[in-house]
Design a binder for this molecule. Structure first.
Ligand code: TRP
Length: 468
């Protein structure tokens, strides 16, 4: 490989970048509405268990494989055997499809920065209608999506994420602070108690196989796992760093932000008498409603909140685009700019389809779902889970146990007391668990159709593995 591998300037730089990839729309937009749709507390407990047991183990495995090979997703698998390239390529494809809907939501966040100033907060009772009207509009959300994607293109085409990382260093803590503030405000609203009960008093009667799959998908999506993104990050990490503590910190930060988003949103939601299962609009409706309670200053806070959300989304989407671009550069010898422009041109088309599928194209469906849901279900319920499963099998059954131990203990210089537990989890428990959850959770026609489609894609990738 001709490219020189850079290392992270500092440990903080790495954590910020990995956490920047992890913390994004997944925590702030997706987690609350998944929690709402899946009945609250019980979903949260299952999600936390999956994030801390399966997610953390897989993240550690991704870091180890990435640092050991010093290569990104496809390269890392390929350096073991050509036959395994398909597992990395599946990750590249996941990145591609996630970018088929992620910029749509990023565009919404961007639009809401400006809407905050444009009288959005003046009519709290219309908040839901404003959101519904906006995302189903055939033109406006497309423009915002294109602007959001353009920001990604500029950042990734230059090959420097320095600027965005600097912005993240200021705006991520800002987002965190705003959420703490929002949470306090939210809990102090009259009638907020019902929201806390919804979050922390699990109702197990609403739990089905679907709940488990939704929680697993959410854990993978939120932690940026199952598609080699963390592998790529690990490949830049130097040999002295402690992989265990890095993985733990990133996981805790990510789940912490998600929980905080939940605590900020649900008490207010119940206080305002809204529907927890309202779907993807949750954050865009509830958060401005909380700010609207604050009078004039609310406008500024709301704008800052959405700016911070845009930046959190950008630090994630940049990592998604980079996985695809890095593959084309490393494995296909493409020039960076060509890779970025070519890839994003297709993403523009996917994004337009996604956005329109919520409005004028809502009648156009495959397996009963529109483009937005198609890309969403295909990635977080199918590709990421299978990506994680393949990684666990690869690490548990193909890599040498001593090599893994060596990598995770930095050649024996640091301790990893839980090595055996981690190894057995990855080798036996996680593959079986993911398989069971997938079978139990794939119940709707759409999911079944997409599962078959996904498996076909994987078979095709496997057949052409040597060419990838
Ligand atoms: N984790 C990000 C979020 O929560 C999304 C994301 C970025 C991602 N990179 C990823 C998801 C890689 C899966 C895989 O918004």
């Amino acid at each position: 490989m001709s490219q020189k591998r850079e290392n992270w300037g500092s440990r903080l730089g790495f954590i910020m970048a990995a956490a920047g990839s992890a913390v994004g729309l997944g925590n702030i937009w997706r987690f609350p509405y998944m929690t709402g749709e899946n009945g609250g507390g019980a979903f949260i407990i299952i999600y936390l268990a999956f994030a801390l047991i399966i997610g953390l183990s897989i993240m550690l495995a991704e870091f180890a494989v990435g640092r050991r090979s010093g290569l990104g997703a496809v390269g890392a698998y390929k350096s073991y055997s050509d036959r395994w390239s398909f597992a990395g390529a599946l990750g590249v494809l996941s990145g591609f499809f996630i970018m088929g809907f992620y910029p749509v939501v990023g565009g919404w966040a961007l639009a809401y920065v400006f809407k905050s100033f444009g009288g959005l907060l003046a009519a709290p009772e219309a908040m839901g209608d404003v959101f519904g009207g906006f995302i189903t509009n055939p033109v406006q959300p497309l423009i915002w999506m294109l602007i959001f994607l353009a920001m990604n293109i500029v950042i990734v085409a230059k090959g420097i994420s320095g600027g965005i990382e600097k912005a993240g260093k200021i705006l991520m803590p800002t987002l965190f602070a705003l959420f703490i503030f929002l949470a306090i405000k939210s809990i102090s609203l009259p009638g907020a108690g019902a929201g806390l009960e919804f979050l922390f008093k699990p109702d197990w009667s609403v739990v089905t196989g679907q709940t488990f799959l939704a929680a697993l998908g959410q854990a993978f999506f939120s932690l940026s796992l199952g598609m080699g993104a963390m592998m790529t990050y690990g490949s830049y990490l130097n040999k002295q760093e402690n992989l265990q503590s890095n993985a733990l910190i990133v996981t805790l930060m990510d789940t912490g932000v998600a929980l905080l988003a939940g605590i900020a949103i649900f008490p207010a939601l119940f206080a305002f008498g809204m529907e927890p299962a309202a779907g993807p609009g949750l954050v865009f409706v509830v958060v401005p409603s909380i700010f609207a309670e604050m009078g004039g200053a609310g406008v500024f806070f709301s704008a800052i909140f959405f700016i911070a959300l845009v930046v959190a989304a950008l630090t994630s989407s940049v990592s998604l685009l980079e996985v695809v671009v890095a593959y084309l550069i490393d494995q296909k010898n493409m020039v960076r700019k060509t890779a970025v422009y070519g890839t994003s041109a297709i993403m523009v088309v996917l994004g337009i389809l996604s956005s329109l599928s919520l409005g004028i194209m809502s009648g156009v469906t495959v397996f009963g779902v529109g483009a937005f849901d198609f890309f969403d279900i295909l990635t977080d319920k199918i590709f990421l889970a299978i990506g994680g499963l393949l990684l666990a099998i690869f690490v548990g059954w193909f890599l040498k146990k001593e090599d893994l131990k060596d990598e995770l203990t930095n050649g024996g210089t640091i301790k990893f007391g839980l090595f055996e537990a981690w190894y057995n989890l990855v080798k036996y428990v996680i593959p079986v668990a993911i398989a069971i959850i997938a079978v139990a959770g794939i119940t709707s026609i759409a999911q079944k159709g997409l599962m078959i489609f996904g498996l076909l894609v994987i078979v095709v990738l496997a057949i052409f593995s040597k060419k990838l």
